[in-house]
Write a protein that binds this ligand. Structure first.
Ligand SMILES: *[C@@H]1O[C@H](CO)[C@@H](O)[C@H](O)[C@H]1NC(C)=O
Ligand SMILES: *[C@@H]1O[C@H](CO)[C@@H](O)[C@H](O)[C@H]1NC(C)=O
Ligand SMILES: *[C@@H]1O[C@H](CO)[C@@H](O)[C@H](O)[C@H]1NC(C)=O
Length: 177
């Protein structure tokens, strides 16, 4: 039985699990949809695990999820609107993947979001105004992407540290002041 199958079985058996740290392994293929059934999950770390494929919309059903680490994989494509349903999320790290999505307006629903990172991807489009209004946001690390336009003004005044770091990216134009 392969790793993925063991993993899936494990997930089905353990619907009461709240914390999963299964990163720094070598899996094959994409994030199993069965994660969407782990309704009690609060902490999910599958970083550095050779995951490919897109980020599943099933993750959007994890309404208790507070931490999601998917960094250092080969996830690609779009981030789906369903992501905006993970309303408890406070730490989200998608950095170092191949994501080619914009930051969606639905991210403006993530009112608990505190630490967010999506650097080293191929993300594009404008950073939505709504991101600047997130009440708990402390850090937004998004350099080394293909964003266009300027960062929302409100974000600039709110997150001086993170902005200073993101000026390192030649690919993100910003308001200079
Ligand atoms: C990583 O995943 C790919 C396919 O998704 C697979 O072909 C490859 O063998 C995996 N690498 C390792 C080290 O397991
Ligand atoms: C598991 O998730 C799938 C797809 O999200 C859903 O159709 C199914 O009803 C869920 N099963 C259980 C037991 O929650
Ligand atoms: C999840 O998000 C989608 C797309 O934004 C939305 O249509 C759907 O109603 C949401 N589901 C729940 C349960 O909130």
């Amino acid at each position: 039985m392969g790793y993925a199958r063991i993993l899936i079985l494990f997930i089905l058996l353990l619907k009461i699990v709240t914390h999963m740290e299964i990163g720094y392994n070598s899996y094959q293929g994409s994030i199993p949809w069965q994660f969407g059934n782990m309704s009690e999950l609060r902490y999910l770390d599958i970083a550095g695990a050779n995951l490919s494929g897109t980020i599943r919309n099933e993750l959007g059903t994890l309404v208790n999820l507070a931490t999601l680490f998917l960094f250092k994989n080969s996830l690609f494509g779009m981030i789906l609107n369903e992501f905006g349903n993970i309303s408890m999320i406070s730490s989200l790290d998608l950095s170092d993947n191949l994501l080619s999505s914009p930051i969606l307006d639905s991210f403006s629903n993530l009112k608990s979001l505190k630490l967010s990172s999506a650097m080293y991807n191929d993300m594009n489009g404008f950073v939505p105004e709504g991101i600047a209004k997130l009440p708990n946001l402390e850090s937004l690390l998004i350099w080394d992407n293909f964003f266009s336009g300027t960062l929302p003004q409100e974000l600039a005044s709110k997150l001086p540290l993170c902005l200073r770091m993101s000026t390192g990216s030649a690919r993100l134009k910003e308001n200079e002041d």
